[in-house]
Write a protein that binds this ligand. Structure first.
Ligand code: ADP
Ligand code: MG
Length: 224
């Protein structure tokens, strides 16, 4: 019989992307008593086990995390503010800024390109980016006309080969920009990753989710 304490409501699926979000989420999971027992870098599995037979981790592309959670294929996940703005956040409850995977979203140009002058002169700028929603809003708020060019990666290349005048990309140390002869000319916003929870799961699985949300909140405050 299915009911309030049915098995289905005891199962939790967490969506994470490989790399820094996975690495930075592990200590938060530990704070909630959850240990991931398989390594996504050495295993080809996309569904990872944990020490809790009722908790499993899906490994998905960073931009796909909100989609899995929105549709309830995962109950909760961790996604960057950059990804959440582009997704729109529909169907997602975003209770905690985890203060992990911190970086900034910035405008960068090829060294020698006078961005300020181009903006002042009202030139139409060609901007290559994966983050078209954020970029469109940023330049509209400045009253700068832009032609956005959607890319899916290696944005740094675009100004070097004349595909664009500028890029909008994530920056942390700036070493990738420097290595490609680009300079950061404007910060758009600070970025960190948030916990996202499926709105229906939050109601149906509250008993399981609430203690994890609280443990994540405490652990992320401790590191802020
Ligand atoms: P992908 O390669 O699939 O685009 P990344 O692993 O590069 O994914 O980025 C995943 C998330 O990590 C991004 O959405 C962003 O929030 C964060 N991130 C990306 N670059 C950096 C960085 N340089 N420093 C810190 N966090 C970053
Ligand atoms: Mg990347």
């Amino acid at each position: 019989m299915s009911g309030f304490n049915s098995d289905a409501n005891n199962q939790l699926i967490l969506a994470l992307s490989k790399g820094r979000i996975f690495e930075d989420t592990l200590p938060l999971l530990e704070a909630a008593g959850i240990t991931v027992t398989e390594n996504p870098d050495t295993s080809r599995k996309l569904i990872l086990a944990t020490n809790d037979p009722n908790v499993r981790v899906l490994i998905v592309r960073a931009t796909d995390v909100p989609t899995y959670v929105q549709h309830g294929a995962a109950d909760f996940g961790v996604a960057g503010k950059d990804v959440l703005i582009e997704h729109g956040g529909e169907g997602l409850y975003q209770p905690v800024d985890l203060n992990i995977a911190q970086c900034r979203m910035s405008v960068a140009v090829k060294s020698g390109f006078d961005y300020e002058a181009a903006v002042r002169q009202g030139a139409r700028l060609r901007v290559a980016t994966k983050f078209t929603t954020t970029a469109r809003e940023h330049f509209a708020s400045k009253g700068v006309h832009v032609d956005l060019i959607k890319l899916y990666g290696s944005m740094e290349l675009a100004p070097l080969v004349g595909l664009s005048d500028a890029i909008v990309d994530l920056v942390s140390t700036g070493s990738t920009l420097r290595a490609n002869n680009l300079v950061e000319v404007e910060e758009i916003m600070q970025i960190s990753s948030r916990l996202v929870v499926n709105q229906a799961a939050l109601k149906l699985k509250r008993a399981r989710l609430q203690p994890i949300i609280e443990a994540f909140e405490r652990a992320s405050k401790a590191r802020a």
